[in-house]
Design a protein around this ligand. Sequence first.
Ligand code: 5AD
Ligand code: FES
Length: 341
Amino acid sequence: MPRYLKEEIIHWLQDDNQEKALFQKADAVRKETLGDEVHLRGLIEFSNICRNNCLYCGIRGGNALVKRYRLSEEELVQTAFNAANLGFKTIVMQSGEDLYYTADKLCRVIEKIKKFDVAVTLSIGERSYEEYKAFREAGADRYLMRIETTDKDLYHRLDPHMSWNHRHECLLMIRDLGYELGSGIMVGLPGQSIESVADDLLYLQSLPVDMAGIGPFIPHPQTPLAKEKGGTLKLALRTMAVMRLLMPDINIPATTAMESLHPQGRLMALQCGANVIMPNVTDTEYRKLYELYPNKICLNETAVQCRTCIGLKIKSIGRTIGTGYGGHIKHVEALKKENEE
Ligand code: 5AD
Ligand code: FES
């Protein structure tokens, strides 16, 4: 894995004169290592109920203005089935930290969804080792959980009652259980320094992650951070591009939050390091209730509309849609080897 000094990373993040060179380099590294395929993941936001109270998040437990919803097991499986029929080879099940979904319930759902010949990614937050193990045995392939920031003081200010060390331990458990591990950060958090973003990138490299999602923080009007400034697309793209230099072969999504700041945000990301997009496949009626941040895109679209829109966008920049499951190539190669033996 390429080694970069923290000073070099800070330089890339800060120097306006280097931006063009950074983006070109990240794009070239992506192309050389992974080719032109863009892997799609169908994202199901299956519950906006959350026991946590993160200051930045629109669906924080303390936001009494949110109408809460939760898909039934049947609805969740049906949504995944529809997404698989649209050609998605990965289903991402995301929710707030909602303990109504016990390990038993989730394992039943995972087993059913795995029958649709898809990879399954979970993004449901902190759970026990036993639960992570049970999900894995039920067939879950990947797990997404952002560390959000490696500045522990900042983390503890923004995520009251949560522990950075515990989250870190959860990520290690997930990795050691053989999941493909996705993590990531927000940039532009109040009080976050450029030095700390550089530390975040080195942390993700050291885990090491198989997937890294980087998005701008966007202040939500119904949260305590309503009046904060928020992150810029520029910093989010630069951070993502440096991530690509640090880890040439991992999966890096063009994040929804980037497009929420700019109508071409995801296409710009695909052209400076990203190789994954996670279109929303949640039923339209629920989308506006899963408002992590304001101006979230695709609130009135259907799964079919988003799939079509993304297909056209990807084609418009000369890229192709991935036909396989789109896992981290390191894992794919290890699996191939196992099967040959
Ligand atoms: N702005 C941008 N991203 C946010 N997330 C949560 N709230 C916000 C916000 N206000 C991100 C977090 C979380 C992911 C699901 O969404 O990084 O891990
Ligand atoms: Fe949803 Fe473009 S991805 S409308």
